[in-house]
Design a protein around this ligand. Structure first.
Ligand code: FES
Ligand code: FES
Length: 219
């Protein structure tokens, strides 16, 4: 996570309470985002060149120029063949069709692509897929269990902690890390600092903070 200060609480100060109809609408929209069911190319999504794209594995050796990588993602073992320059984000989205993880800046500056790798938060746009052989990865799709939203997902709904929802998956992956980290304080300032690498272009910071703090003790 970088140290950019992304606090934007002031932009939401004094915001009126949302109407019931808007909340219903946002819940519908948000469920798809929060449950990571959104699909398709998002803002700024770039695609790897055809020759760089991951390819499904077979029993045979990987194609020339590709490397076979095995990792556990959301509790399932996966094996893919990737070119050495394929980033983890593209492998997750394009090969495994886990499109909840978003590409925002593609430069490690916005946190939209954040996933957990071996228990820590990683900008998946800055990490090569071939570096993750044997790793344990969790994406936003792995937060819910048995059809039940993770408490942070429920809190984002309850607190209206998103507008377009593009940053939401990354926000929640960082938030769950923050909430589970004993070395990060529980004050509002500590949370803002710890999540300062997650940009919200809609300026939903005030409600994101509320969602994180209201989840404390539930994870
Ligand atoms: S897309 Fe990875 S940090 Fe912005
Ligand atoms: S809700 Fe739109 S970028 Fe954060």
């Amino acid at each position: 996570m970088n140290n950019r200060d992304t606090r934007g609480a002031a932009s939401n100060a004094g915001e009126p309470k949302h109407s019931a109809s808007r909340r219903r609408f946002m819940k519908t929209v948000g469920m798809s985002s929060i449950a990571a069911a959104t699909s398709g190319a998002g803002i700024g999504q770039a695609f790897a060149d055809e020759g760089d794209a991951p390819t499904p594995t077979t029993a045979d050796a990987p194609a020339a120029g590709k490397t076979r990588v095995s990792f556990t993602i959301n509790g399932q073992m996966k094996q893919i063949d990737v070119a050495p320059n394929v980033i983890l984000l593209d492998a997750i989205r394009d090969e495994l069709q886990l499109t909840g993880t978003k590409k925002g800046c593609d430069h490690g500056q916005c946190g939209a692509c954040n996933v957990h790798v071996n228990g820590t938060v990683v900008n998946s746009c800055l990490s090569l897929a071939v570096m993750h052989d044997g790793d344990e990865i969790t994406t936003v799709e792995g937060l819910s269990k048995d059809g039940e939203l993770h408490p942070i997902q429920q809190a984002f709904l309850d607190e209206d902690a998103y507008q377009c929802g593009y940053c939401t998956a990354g926000q929640m992956m960082t938030a769950t890390y923050v909430l589970g980290s004993s070395h990060i304080g529980d004050s509002d300032d500590a949370v803002r600092e710890a999540m300062s690498g997650n940009i919200c272009r809609c300026g939903a910071y005030k409600n994101i903070l509320s969602a994180v703090q209201s989840t404390r003790g539930k994870v």
